[in-house]
Design a protein around this ligand. Structure first.
Ligand code: SAM
Ligand code: SF4
Length: 475
């Protein structure tokens, strides 16, 4: 697929900054929505095209409740027709919270003397991974503060260690990373360790606002962070995740900037981001933040629907920062990945006595503390298909979201059968009886709607192999 590139005030050059705040603000100011235009924009997205900044601004500026509902319905339709009912599950694993930066919104910031600092050692990482595997997790994101100790070799070591831990039928099959930006050589080192996605959130794409939250440390350099995923691409790491921390600046601006970042990567590397994240600021130890730009629930839901339509081919991640009620609603607008059984305190997966959140030990407060099984059980109640699939990554089919989106029939041939196989593994190995019963029913109804008899037959054969003790089967 060839991306349609647009001309912006700052031309797209690899490893060069590309954000012009005036341009984004002007687009927002000069775009007014009317019903016919909004409908055209939604139709363009449903025809599987990424939206331009102007078209995204039309959606962002829509406030009439009837038209907002039209946008949300557009996102629901896109999700249903393109992606279906799968939700990929993962868990974050905090490796170390030492940090030299001082981001005002973060509990790990250097000046927060109340934060209890810790870096897991190898034995502790192994214990955490065993506990995660015992719950049925297969996909992790390792999270790090920014500190000299967390250099590329250390990150690569943690990734390799994670892959090496096997307990019972448990294993970690995909390790993503959320850590500070690296140099090109550093990205090469972590890529060689077999990582999946490298996520770096710009936090805010507004340079002045950015400055006010990042007064010192390496993170104070806006452009160094902005171009970090270009460096990942230069290193051959083409699986990258972008994001903005909502609440730092006007959400409307951030949405357009995320689209701008997307088309910068498309223009320079012919590949967009693998995932987009849109965390909202949550309570943190000694949090000192104004509330001028906090995003309310209604705008947040609308924003997710707009992002789904604006960049229809990416994965979208919604974490346990958000309460269950918000997650339940927003999944319908096209979220493709959620975490389950999440714990942020270092070492807390293996220390199950720790149930209360201690803000001084975690980065921020999570608002959905359901166990992985509770999340799965409730997804099954909604006839959704929880998935731990890692097949594309394992087979070298990178950019799986893009393939799901652009290759006709890909989902029905690969994604749905693989989701079913990974759910079946979970049901055999980890689910309580009640969840297992529901799960097998959902699996049966999902097999029945697969269009290709050949795929159905092969899938049933593999399900039988799983029943007989084989594991890790995929298409
Ligand atoms: N230290 C690395 C960095 O800053 O890029 C790794 C990321 S940090 C551990 C993960 C992300 O959490 C940050 O990029 C930020 O967007 C988000 N975050 C920080 N403080 C938060 C808060 N109070 N509420 C919600 N998300 C927060
Ligand atoms: Fe450190 Fe990252 Fe927190 Fe900033 S967001 S203080 S860099 S851990």
């Amino acid at each position: 697929m060839k991306f349609i590139t647009q001309q912006y005030s700052i031309p797209d050059v690899p490893m060069q900054p590309f954000i012009d705040p005036e341009e984004i603000i002007n687009i927002l100011r000069n775009t007014s929505p009317d019903k016919a235009y909004i409908k055209d924009v939604i139709d363009k997205s449903l025809a599987k095209n990424r939206l331009s900044l102007q078209e995204t601004a039309v959606l962002v500026n829509t406030t009439d409740p009837e038209l907002v509902e039209m946008i949300k319905q557009g996102a629901r339709t896109l999700k249903e027709t393109v992606y279906g009912n799968r939700i990929v599950l993962f868990a974050p694993l905090y490796i170390g919270n030492k940090c030299k930066n001082n981001c005002t919104y973060c509990g790990f910031r250097a000046s927060n003397k109340d934060a209890v600092r810790k870096t897991l050692n190898d034995a502790e990482i192994v214990k955490e991974i065993e506990a995660l595997e015992d719950n049925g997790q297969k996909r992790l994101i390792l999270v790090f503060g920014e500190h000299d100790q967390y250099d590329p070799e250390f990150i690569a070591h943690c990734a390799k260690l994670s892959y090496s831990v096997k307990k019972g039928n448990g294993e970690i099959r995909r390790v993503n990373i959320n850590a500070a930006p690296l140099e090109i050589d550093g990205f090469r080192i972590v890529k060689e360790a077999g990582i999946g996605t490298f996520q770096i959130f710009q936090e805010t794409y507004h340079p002045e606002a950015y400055k006010s939250y990042h007064l010192r440390g390496k993170k104070a350099d806006f452009n160094y962070r902005l171009t970090s995923l270009d460096r990942a691409q230069e290193a051959g790491l083409d699986d990258v995740g972008i994001g903005a921390l909502f609440g730092l600046y006007d959400w409307r601006y951030e949405v357009l900037a995320l689209v701008r970042h997307t088309n910068h990567l498309e223009a320079c590397y012919n590949v967009g981001p693998h995932t987009i994240s849109f965390p909202r600021i949550k309570d943190a130890s000694m949090l000192k933040m104004g509330n001028q730009h906090l995003v309310n629930d209604a705008d947040f839901a609308k924003m997710i629907a707009i992002l789904r339509l604006a960049v229809p081919y990416t994965g979208m991640i919604l974490t346990a920062r958000e309460p269950k009620i918000i997650r339940d609603e927003c999944i319908n607008y096209g979220v493709s990945q959620i975490d389950g059984g999440t714990k942020l305190e270092l070492g807390s997966y293996s220390n199950s006595q720790n149930t209360e959140q201690d803000l001084n030990k975690g980065q921020f407060r999570i608002n959905d503390d359901r166990s992985l099984n509770e999340v799965i059980d409730e997804l099954l109640d909604k006839n959704m298909l929880p998935s731990f699939c890692t097949a594309c990554y394992r087979l070298g089919r990178t950019g799986e979201h893009f393939m799901e989106f652009s290759v006709p029939g890909f989902i029905k041939r690969f994604c749905s059968p693989n989701a079913i196989l990974t759910l079946a593994e979970y049901l055999h190995d980890y689910a309580p009886e009640k969840t297992a019963q529901k799960g097998w029913e959902v699996i049966e109804s999902n097999i029945n709607v697969l269009p290709d008899e050949n795929v159905k037959t092969k899938l049933r054969e593999r399900l039988l192999e799983l029943k007989n003790g084989k594991r890790d089967l995929y298409f």
